[in-house]
Each structure stands twice: as structure tokens, then as C-alpha cells.
Design a protein around this ligand. Sequence first.
Ligand code: GDP
Ligand code: MG
Length: 163
Amino acid sequence: RLPVVAIVGRPNVGKSTLFNRLVGKKLALVDDLPGVTRDRREGEANLLGLDFRLFDTAGFEDEDPQSLPGRMRVQTEAAVAEADVALFLIDARAGIVPLDAEIARWLRGSTTPVILVANKAEGRAGEAGILESLELGFGDPVQISAEHGEGVADLFEALLPHI
Ligand code: GDP
Ligand code: MG
């Protein structure tokens, strides 16, 4: 059985962009618009030779009027419970918003290990958000840019002890 990694976080932090980068564009659903993931997606991911199953979740995308928040939240909870480790994504450029703090509280109640990941960290626009993210209580974030493919080696190092 491959180890399982779940990506969680509020809408628009770049969960699906990271999923697509690690799983490969071929397996990505074409109807997945930016900021919108209706259901959990999963695929086989590879990161510098590390193979694992990756879940992209959408349980916190409650703003979507079409969504069924309860069902999606349950899906996210199930994905995290099943995972060997969760990647908790924040948007370094946007900084920490109340929903990030809510998700952090929720993740603290889970037994799954959590790696805090500050996405959109390319350039210097993310520096303030990275400092703010310390208040979430998950230590120093791994800084990545899912869009530009930066931080891959740091993400590998953070995952390695868990999978
Ligand atoms: P999700 O809702 O968490 O799945 O987020 P998406 O993957 O749909 O991304 C939301 C938006 O953030 C899209 O417009 C992406 O292009 C953008 N985005 C994702 N990763 C990065 C990144 O590393 N840097 C920047 N600047 N934008 C990104
Ligand atoms: Mg998404």
C-alpha cells in the first residue's frame, strides 16, 4: 500500500495547483476551475522519487453556493483520517485569515500529523504571511510555489519522516 498524503486548506490557497503538479496534468480533471473542487480527488503522486497517494480536498469551500458543505466537510475529515500526513496549505501572499485559524484548530484535534505549507511564496510578497503563519502553532512553514515549482526539495524533506 502506498502512503497517503492529504492536501487541506481554505479555498484558493493553491491545493489543486499543488495536486496537479505532483500528480501530473494528465490525471487532473479538466472541469476543475481555479478555486473550485467539488469533491475529493485522488491520484498517484511522485515527488523526487517518493511515491504516494495524494488527496485533494474541498471541504472548506463553503462559499460555493452550489456546494453541499456538510457532505464535503465529511469527505475532508475522512481524507485526513485516512492519510499518513496532511499538508495544511496557506496562502503566504494573503496571510492568515480566520478560516485558516479555524482549520488549524480542527487539525489539532486530529491524530494525523500536519505539515504547514506556505504556498505562493515565490518572490518576497509572502514574507509577512509566512511570519503570521507561526501563530497557527504548526511551527515554521515549508515555503513553496506550487505554480512555479519552487520548494520541492523542502517539501520532500518534510514528508520523508512521515511516509
Ligand atoms: P484551491 O482552491 O486551494 O484548490 O486553489 P487553486 O489551486 O485552484 O488555486 C487558486 C489560485 O491561486 C489560482 O488562480 C492559482 O493559479 C493560484 N496559485 C496557485 N499556486 C500559486 C503559487 O504558487 N503562486 C501564485 N502566485 N499563485 C498560485
Ligand atoms: Mg481546488
